[in-house]
Ligand binder design. Sequence first.
Ligand code: WQD
Length: 337
Amino acid sequence: MAILVTGGTGFIGSHTVVELLNAGKEVIIVDNFSNSKPVVLDRIEKITGKRCKLIEADLLDYDKIENIFKENKIESCIHFAGLKAVGESVAIPLRYYHNNITGTLNLLDIMSKYGAKKIVFSSSATVYGKPKSVPIREDADLYTTNPYGETKLMIERILSDLYNSDKEWSVSILRYFNPIGAHESGLIGEDPKGIPNNLLPYIAKVAIGALPCLSVFGNDYNTHDGTGVRDYIHVVDLAIAHLHALERAEKVTGVEHFNIGTGVGYSVLDIVHAYEEAIGEKINYKIVDRRPGDIDECYADPTRAKELLGWQATRGIKEMCRDSANWQKNNPNGYDS
Ligand code: WQD
């Protein structure tokens, strides 16, 4: 019986497929390549020695997705596929709601039809909005500040309602904090289109001279050095969390939410200094105004994941920066290199 990984050639999806294959699981990837490339499958094969099935399809194409279930024995799904740029979601909200919500509704309807009632869903700490206190527990208030985050919260609620209507479902909702880094091989990593929105890929491009200078968005936040604090987690630790979540979903039914972070907050300047140490060079940066919508600090209380999933992050900020730099050095133009 196979595990269907939607968005499995993306940044977190590809790292998760590596861990699934290394664990001897049968994997089928479905991806529309809107934010990734088919070559990722070759890189996954180089790392694992295994080549899984890859089907190009969009979750909005109901019939094509149903055919995957007709032609393969699928027992569970890890659902990554979705648009995920916060700023873009504010500019084109209808595209985000249609793509993320309708795509997920199609997937869940087909999974129900074919009796595949185990799902691990890629959610985000963005559902906590501006937390009242840190570290953040799973029972913290939920509210969102952008359409992207709203789609994540809506899907969490859709999954709860689905379980309430059919108690055979096993649903594991993973709320990611800030995934960074890359597989130690340097063969797969984060390959954002155009100018990176997120901190690490931006720093990585400054480090190789592809961008001239990092803009640090504000140093007047209520944090130890005034710059924004986040819970950065190594993408391989995050990938491994999905295996633990899947294994739990195979044993229990119900809906469970987990904060997937390290529980440690680092500021922007902490990251800059850690990156400089990892590469042995200075990173050129300047302090500029705050980015609208940014919050002072956000980091997880990952106790629940440790207790119920038997998972905790093991890679520290040094490995995250080292592996991010290694990926960027080996792939200056990402997968186009
Ligand atoms: C981190 C810190 C910035 C870029 C976002 C999404 C979230 C999730 C993870 C999907 C902040 C600062 C950044 C730069 C900077 N994505 N920064 N200069 O905003 O915490 O979270 O990505 O689920 O939904 O909101 O991540 O990497 O953009 O920012 O100073 O060029 O780095 O102000 O303090 P963020 P980020």
